[in-house]
Design a protein around this ligand. Structure first.
Ligand SMILES: C=C(O[C@@H]1C=C(C(=O)O)C=C[C@H]1O)C(=O)O
Length: 421
């Protein structure tokens, strides 16, 4: 990211700041002081945002878009019951410091009125200029049983579905790689932004867990903008975006099998069932059509609601509680699929297949908006080790070997970028 002239303007009274802080300066300072930070870029946008929270231990919240201040939410997959008695599990990074970086430079949008903020800027000034490592070596940390174990679990799921226990389940697996030194998350974030302009790109540093989560997800869960426009997406079915010779396929020519069409229809049906529960009929449904997501293509149906016209300003909050986890990452019926995942997956999904994104955030030109995405095509960074997680939607027609290949392709979305020199 380029140095930022506007940040310099805003901070000109802070005499100790002699040069323009970059996103790397802010990120590194947050890391060294143990403050959580989130960096993101919305799909098809140029502006990048960074917030630093001054809570070293993050509050766990129940996502109520009407109540939450400006910030960034990150929820684990296991956040099924949002009922009044269930513990709040979503981590919330309040935007104590919020910087935007755009093509015309950047600015500090909002900072908390707190002495800790001044100490933060002092630390930014004292932060040594970070040097980006020239090139990182990446080695696989192979798990010799991973493929056979996954295929075995898929076969068990297929049998359960053939017995009629449930209709769809999403089983995931992990893949670990090691860097020659701890990677620069901001540099990786920038490369992801350049490589996947239509994805939601994020990097979230959670010092209390010693983790940085990074993703390039194509899947919008809940958006609600200042004009009250609500959006969600039903996404499923996966194929490579390139042919056998590596040439990009034309989305309009993508062929989808009956299994994939049904799998995606189940996700759409799930969303429509959620609308039915709240007796909302005035939604616009567009699709399914082929959506390109980096190296992959999916089938997607877009749903929009004008919440002002239907007098339902809290639709985003209500739908989030009904939707998560959708059948794109869990299954149908949801509770049975959830229990199958709990019993059969051998890793903790943590924030994979949860949701994340900015909440009630605006810049000076824009009114606050909320944009939450399903946390897929993601990885967890712990020092030099990256753990990628990817899953595949299974039905009774699934072929286990093909589902394994699908998770391999999904891991490639990030891996291809990590291995760039
Ligand atoms: C579960 C993942 O992706 C989801 C599952 C898909 C599928 O089963 O075809 C496609 C897109 C996503 O909704 C993942 O990337 O890990």
């Amino acid at each position: 990211m380029q140095p930022d002239p506007l940040i310099n303007t805003v901070l000109s009274e802070k005499s100790w700041l002699t040069s323009q802080p970059t996103a790397t300066d802010l990120w590194q300072t947050a890391l060294s002081l143990g403050y959580p930070a989130a960096l993101w870029r919305l799909p098809n946008r140029a502006d990048k945002h960074l917030i630093v929270s001054l809570d070293t231990v993050l509050p766990r919240v129940s996502v109520d878009l009407e109540e939450l201040p400006a910030g960034f939410a990150i929820s684990p997959f296991d956040n099924l019951d949002f009922g009044p008695d269930s513990p709040a599990r979503t981590l919330f990074l309040r935007a104590d410091i919020h910087a935007t970086f755009g093509e015309q430079g950047g600015k500090i949008v909002e900072t908390a009125n707190d002495p800790a903020v001044n100490r933060f800027w002092q630390a930014v000034a004292e932060q040594p200029t970070a040097e980006r490592p020239a090139s990182l070596l990446l080695t696989d940390l192979p798990d010799p049983n991973a493929q056979a174990d996954y295929i075995h679990r898929v076969a068990q799921a297929v049998e359960a579905m053939q017995r009629g226990e449930f209709r769809k389940v999403v089983l995931s697996r992990t893949k670990r790689v090691e860097f020659s030194e701890a990677p620069d998350a901001v540099a990786l974030f920038d490369t992801l932004c350049d490589t996947y302009p239509t994805a939601f790109i994020s990097a979230v540093s959670l010092p209390e867990r010693g983790q940085i989560w990074m993703s390039a997800t194509p899947e919008r869960l809940v958006s609600q903008n200042a004009d009250g426009l609500f959006r969600t997406l039903s996404l499923a079915g996966t194929q490579s975006a390139t042919d056998a010779n590596g040439v990009a396929k034309r989305p309009a020519e993508a062929m989808w099998s009956q299994k994939e069409i049904e799998e995606q229809a189940l996700v759409s049906r799930y969303i429509i069932e959620c609308f039915k529960k709240i007796r909302l009929r005035e939604y616009l449904e567009e699709g399914p059509k082929t959506i390109v997501a980096g190296n992959l293509m999916h089938l997607g149906t877009q749903f929009t609601v004008d919440t002002q016209a239907v007098h339902y300003p809290q639709l985003g909050t209500v739908m989030l509680r009904l939707l998560h986890p959708t059948s794109a990452v869990c299954g149908m019926p949801r509770d049975r699929a959830f229990n199958f995942i709990r019993r059969h997956e051998t890793h903790d999904r943590e924030f994979y297949a949860g949701f994340l994104g900015p909440v009630n955030i605006g810049s000076t030109e824009e009114q606050p908006a909320t944009d939450l995405f399903v946390h897929i095509r993601c990885m967890k960074l712990e020092g030099r080790v990256a753990t990628l997680i990817a899953g595949a939607g299974l039905t009774e027609d699934s072929v286990p070997e093909r589902e394994w290949q699908e998770t391999e392709m999904k891991c490639q979305t990030l891996l291809a970028v990590l291995s760039k020199p």
